[in-house]
Design a protein around this ligand. Sequence first.
Ligand code: G1P
Length: 303
Amino acid sequence: MKEVVLKNGLSMKPNAVVTKCLFPVAGLGTRFLPVTKEIAKEMLPLVDRPVISYGVEEAIESGCRDIIMITGRTKRSIEDYFDSSFELESILRDRGKMELYEKIHSISEMANILYVRQREPLGLGHAVLCGEPFCRDGYFGVILPDDVFVSDVAVLKQLIEVHRRLGGSVVALEEIPRSEVSRYGIVKSRIESDGVHRIIDMVEKPSPEEAPGNFAIMGRYILSPAIFPLLAEGRAGAGGEIQLTDAMKRLLETEPMWGLVYRGRRFDCGTQKGWLAANIQLALEDADLNPVILDIVNAFKER
Ligand code: G1P
């Protein structure tokens, strides 16, 4: 299939297998209060763009054409960010700031984005279920945008490659210390080939004693539409919420599921530490900003 280079420099090779990607963005961001009291956590800046933009760029680079955002009442700023900004654009044009104009204009042309409201905070599984009307006709991607990855190949694209090769659903995996298992969905798996695990079982946020292993699901999924009827049964799991992990565990009874130990580095931008680390990492990788960070660090060391 032909590669298309978009105006904003992103390249997109439409893939025929996974064309839609769901973004659950209704969460309140309690781990990052007080700043998230009035600012959507997805709109916090990562160097020069909001956190959510990195996830959307990853979906596009992975060949997805349609983005479905599951939003909530307090997330209007996300819609505004990806919409065109007529006033600002015409001012920039009038003032001859064409480079900046192109940059701002290209944001609204980045992707085809649909918005669905999750009216009640019933959990990640419920958020994914809200996307059913748009995703029921084939395998679809899910990106949890708090998890930002720095990688040579987009992590969602790495997952799509596994799906293309082996079929079935695929999740991103990372090996973590046992002491941290209660923060994640944890899988029991058997190594199939290089970096690819066959998933046998999974538990949402187990205690270290109950955990079936120490490979955690990180925020990227390729899911079968067969997940929707399982989510619709709506049984509350860990934390009283409808958990995606519980429905995926039931999906395992009827379909194969794979875990890919992704190649790249993850930052949890839903927390202060992860967000700061991501900013520093991305700034160090930027030719203009790299000396700024190194100067601060060196001056600090010499104190
Ligand atoms: C969610 C999922 C969990 C997964 C995690 C990755 O949890 O429920 O299985 O491991 O994302 O970030 P949350 O972080 O929303 O509590």
